[in-house]
Design a protein. Structure first.
Length: 282
């Protein structure tokens, strides 16, 4: 029999995730119409994937690929254009319905499943050559051990998991629009209780004045690596990069390739990382 405190924690977690799902449902239409996502450019043939993940994923043609936390599917469909047989997963009803509509319009043969990551084994029976996730995904997950176990569950023997994400060190710094340099404001290590936010707009819809409530969890780099190892996966590489795909702090400067970096003359910091981890053949 589970303790009352454990049951209470589970109930609270479900409430946090339900609140986040409601906010993401609201954000889909805003993001679809935003310059940030540039849906028109995607429909004209642009690839939404960045050079880092394209290079590190390698040739994915003919591979079965599971994309976790796919939002409304632009990266999923870009992966499909590169020849993968893609299944995208997100917990937002609005995101999945929009992704399915885009898939039909572009005739890319992907499929999309509406599910919380932790509940996905109830909704999907397949195994995949590749499990993929990217950019701004980990803060929405309360438990990385269960996350990694889900990844391992869906990988074929010999298959691999790939993630590219902002570096966890970034979570400790103030990212308000007024900051002019690095200032530590938040803890680095994981806490069971999430941080609660009330913000207007989103990273892709700055003009929106609606206030959204969200809950986010911090995780250390050790949490990420150890969760994957504990799930039986073998780390092939962990790379750190002194740049990031978006203007995460107002003082970052954009280079010729479109990446955002610390200002010239300032020490470089790890702003982004990638991990590739495989499931052993045996």
């Amino acid at each position: 029999m589970r303790s009352e405190s454990a049951a209470s924690r589970d109930a609270a977690e479900k409430e946090y995730l339900a609140t986040n799902r409601g906010s993401w449902d609201d954000w889909v239409a805003l993001h679809f119409d935003s310059d940030y996502y540039d849906v028109a450019g995607f429909k004209a043939g642009n690839c939404t994937l960045k050079s880092v993940e394209v290079e590190e994923l390698g040739d994915i043609a003919g591979k079965s690929l599971l994309h976790l936390q796919c939002h409304f599917g632009l990266d999923s469909l870009s992966l499909a254009r590169r020849g993968a047989r893609v299944t995208g997963v997100d917990f937002s009803d609005q995101a999945i319905s929009t992704a399915r509509r885009l898939n039909e319009q572009e005739d890319l043969g992907a499929r999309f499943v509406r599910s919380n990551i932790y509940e996905l084994p109830r909704h999907l029976d397949d195994r995949f050559d590749i499990v993929f996730t990217s950019y701004g995904v980990l803060c929405w997950l309360p438990d990385l051990q269960r996350w990694a176990a889900t990844i391992a569950h869906f990988l074929k023997p010999g298959g691999f998991f790939y993630i590219v994400e902002h570096h966890m060190l970034m979570n400790i710094f103030d990212d308000e629009d007024s900051v002019t340099g690095l200032r530590v404001t938040d803890p680095y290590f994981h806490s069971r209780e999430p941080a609660r936010y009330f913000d207007t707009g989103t990273y892709a819809s700055q003009g929106d004045q609606t206030s959204y409530e969200t809950y986010e969890w911090s995780h250390s780099m050790a949490d990420i690596v150890n969760s994957l190892v504990s799930a039986g996966l073998r780390i092939e590489f962990l790379n750190e990069f002194p740049f990031i795909a978006w203007k995460a702090f107002p003082f970052l400067e954009q280079d010729r390739e479109g990446w955002w970096r610390m200002p010239a003359g300032k020490p470089e910091l790890p702003l982004m990382f990638s991990i590739r981890a495989s499931r052993p053949e045996r």
